[in-house]
Each structure stands twice: as structure tokens, then as C-alpha cells.
Design a protein around this ligand. Structure first.
Ligand SMILES: [Zn+2]
Length: 161
């Protein structure tokens, strides 16, 4: 049995913050303004995993009113979501996502992001793909004032679970 999950995330980009996507620090004048490190890819992916099994969402599990999650690396949200899907008997078939940022090219970092994500989720690199995209200068994302990620994940139920 298969289950599909989708997630998206958006954060404002401001000067003086680190730009972290997929756990990889990317050189940039601006970074994400957020309670945690603002990793849009990991947040969208966490939501997609939790949504696929109907467990809840990232805001419920890791509320931004909780000091425990302040300035934390977003990999902990992803690790937690991975544990939940495994506990429910599911494994990841594949992950496909978009990272939409106007001013920073994602392509040179794609391999690193995929590698790091695969390591955290304990899956193969070939199970993950990411596309970088600009926003054709439209609106706030197009002006480089925010970054956006969208992720789709497919899970399959392990036999005997
Ligand atoms: Zn977020």
C-alpha cells in the first residue's frame, strides 16, 4: 500500500542571517528569518512525511511558541518525522521537491543537499530529487524577499507491519 504526502514552506529572507537549505549552508547576502534555522526544504519535507501518514503537521509537533525549538537545526524535525513514519510501518519510496529562490542558484548545492538529506533519512541518494527555480521576478519571492519550497513524498507500507 502506498501513501502520498505534500508539504510546502515559505520564510522571509533578511540580511544578516545564514541561508540554510537541506542542512547545507549556502553563501548568500540574505538568510531565513524564522524561529528555527528556517530551512524551507526540511520544513516542507517534514510536513510531507507527517501528512502522508496523517499524523499531523510540523506546527503541531514543533510549535514556534516552544523555546526548545528556538534556533535549532531543522534536521531534528526531519529525524523525528522519519521515526514516526517508520514506527507506523512505512518507508520512503521517493522524494521530489522544488526550492524557489530568486537570487541564489541552488543547482551548485543540489548534490550536497541530496546527500545530506539521504544521510539523515537513511535512504539512497537516488530516492531524492530537487529542482531549483527562480520566480520570474514576480511578487515578494521574485524580489528576493522570501524563499519557498514544495515537496512531494511517496511512502510504501512495509510488509508484515
Ligand atoms: Zn519553516
Amino acid at each position: 500500500m502506498f501513501r502520498i504526502g505534500t508539504g510546502f514552506d515559505i520564510h522571509r529572507l533578511v540580511e544578516g542571517k545564514k541561508l540554510v537549505i537541506g542542512g547545507i549552508e549556502i553563501p548568500s547576502k540574505k538568510g531565513f528569518l524564522a524561529h528555527s534555522d528556517g530551512d524551507i526544504f526540511f520544513h516542507a519535507l517534514t510536513d510531507a512525511l507527517l501528512g502522508a501518514v496523517g499524523y499531523g503537521d510540523i506546527g503541531q509537533l514543533f510549535p514556534d511558541t516552544d523555546k526548545r525549538w528556538k534556533d535549532r537545526e531543522s534536521r531534528i524535525f526531519l529525524e523525528e518525522a522519519n521515526k514516526i513514519i517508520k514506527r507506523l510501518g512505512y518507508s520512503i519510496v521517493n522524494i521530489d521537491g522544488y526550492i524557489v529562490i530568486q537570487e541564489t542558484k541552488i543547482l551548485p548545492y543540489r548534490e550536497k543537499i541530496i546527500e545530506n538529506t539521504a544521510k539523515i533519512l537513511k535512504i539512497e541518494k537516488g530516492q531524492i530529487f530537487i529542482k531549483g527555480k527562480s520566480y520570474e521576478k514576480i511578487g515578494e519571492i521574485g524580489k528576493g524577499e522570501a524563499g519557498f519550497a514544495h515537496v512531494v513524498v511517496l511512502l510504501k507500507k512495509e510488509e508484515n507491519k
